[in-house]
Design a protein around this ligand. Structure first.
Ligand SMILES: [Zn+2]
Length: 151
C-alpha cells in the first residue's frame, strides 16, 4: 500500500455530518477527493475546515490533467510534500503534526517512518544502478538526496 493510502482526514465524523454526505476516511480515495475536496459542500463546513480544505485543493489538486483529481498528481505531490518536510529535518511525529495543522490530515507516525525508510532504500538502489551505469554525477545527486533524508 502506498503511503497516500494511509493518510486520513481528521475529525472525519464531524465533517461527514457537516456535509451531510458520507465519504471515506482515507484522504486520497477517489470519493474523498470528489466529495470533500472538490465538492459543492464547501460552504457547509465551518471556517477553519474550509480554509484547510481549500489549502489542500490548491496545493495538491491544482493540475490541468483531464482526469483531475484522479490522475495521480495529488498523490505524487503529497509524497513530495512529505519528503520536503523530512529534508527540513522533521521526524515522523513532527510530520504528522504539521500535516494536521496545515491540512487537517493525520497518519500513524510508524507508517511515515516506514515510508521514509522505503524512500531511502529506493534511492540507495537507484544510486547503485547509477554507479553500475558509470554515471557518477547521477550517483552523487542521488547520494545527496538520500543523505538529506537520512540525517
Ligand atoms: Zn494531474
Amino acid at each position: 500500500m502506498a503511503i497516500t493510502d494511509k493518510i486520513y482526514v481528521k475529525n472525519h465524523r464531524q465533517l461527514v455530518s457537516q456535509l451531510e454526505t458520507s465519504f471515506p476516511k482515507s484522504a486520497f480515495s477517489g470519493a474523498t477527493l470528489d466529495i470533500l475536496f472538490q465538492g459543492e459542500g464547501l460552504a457547509k463546513l465551518d471556517d477553519a475546515t474550509q480554509d484547510r480544505v481549500l489549502d489542500f485543493a490548491e496545493d495538491f489538486l491544482d493540475c490541468d490533467c483531464e482526469s483531475n483529481p484522479h490522475c495521480g498528481c495529488p498523490q505524487r505531490k503529497f509524497v513530495r510534500y512529505l519528503l520536503e518536510l523530512r529534508e527540513q529535518g522533521l521526524g515522523p511525529d513532527a510530520i504528522v503534526d504539521v500535516m494536521g495543522e496545515e491540512y487537517m490530515l493525520y497518519a500513524y507516525p510508524g507508517d511515515i517512518l516506514s515510508f521514509l525508510d522505503g524512500s531511502i532504500r529506493t534511492l540507495e538502489a537507484a544510486e547503485n544502478l547509477a554507479d553500475v551505469d558509470d554515471n557518477p554525477e547521477k550517483a552523487q545527486e542521488l547520494r545527496e538526496l538520500r543523505e538529506n533524508l537520512a540525517r
